[in-house]
Design a protein around this ligand. Sequence first.
Ligand SMILES: C[S@@+](CC[C@H](N)C(=O)[O-])C[C@H]1O[C@@H](n2cnc3c(N)ncnc32)[C@H](O)[C@@H]1O
Length: 279
Amino acid sequence: MTFEYNRAYQGDCDEVMSQMIDEGIKFDLILTDPPYNLDKDFGNKSDSLPLDEFISTSRERINKCHRLLTNSGSLIWFGIHRYIGYLQVLMYEEGMFYRGMNIWFYENGFSRSKKSPATQYEPFLWFSNSNKEWTYNADDVRVPYKSTDRLKSPVYYKDKNGIKKEWTANPAGALRGDIWAYPTLAGKNFAKERTAHPTQKPETLITELIKAYCPKDSNGKYNGTILDPFHGSGTLGVCCEKLNQQGHDIKWIGLELEQRWVDVTNERLQKLHNHTLSL
Ligand SMILES: C[S@@+](CC[C@H](N)C(=O)[O-])C[C@H]1O[C@@H](n2cnc3c(N)ncnc32)[C@H](O)[C@@H]1O
């Protein structure tokens, strides 16, 4: 099978990733949001595995992702508190290199339980293929300074040689931390973006992650290859296409078991295309 970029395929990623490995395909970034094993109904049983099967399946999938990465490639893998520890161990056992545990933080989740605090975050792991080189575009994902007080008068520090230097604020903002605060798609404000998919990720979050982790060319344009083996409603593809419309050249592929979610992806992409034509 020859794979075309910038489209979603219906298929079982366990099989399709094996074909990609056989064909020698490599990706700079695998950015994915697999079933968390929380019994969500995606139209299949993929989110309701016995724990031992969840672990063995995840082990095989992480191995395939590893084999699909370029030398400087990275894997970004969303999970949930309850199981993220297993996944992190699997990635260490796979021989990948830990770069960080990030947090997707949101305050607009919905809780019915009074027995424990409401969930306000989902962790995601970042592992790289190499311990020497990887992509992280720190300047592309700066955030506003929390306080402007320290910008009012000069701030001094000593460099590594003990020489006094003046610190000046970066006009693009502060270097971001590992907590990525973006609201979920709950509520009226996000009705337009939301599809029927039960665990659709917000475009704000996924776009920021692409900007952070996608390689760039010498003109500063994103030009990496990205795979999402659990593409769902197609958020990764939609975000890449929105960036491509701004002049970037990201090559992405999405894989999804259920045809109905591939249809949703194609509808989202078509809408984007129609909107651009109407401008
Ligand atoms: C958590 S959802 C991804 C949601 C996605 N990030 C979005 O924004 O819509 C996981 C998806 O993986 C799909 N899936 C489960 N097992 C799969 C498999 N073996 N191959 C491909 N897709 C699979 C499910 O059908 C589900 O749509």
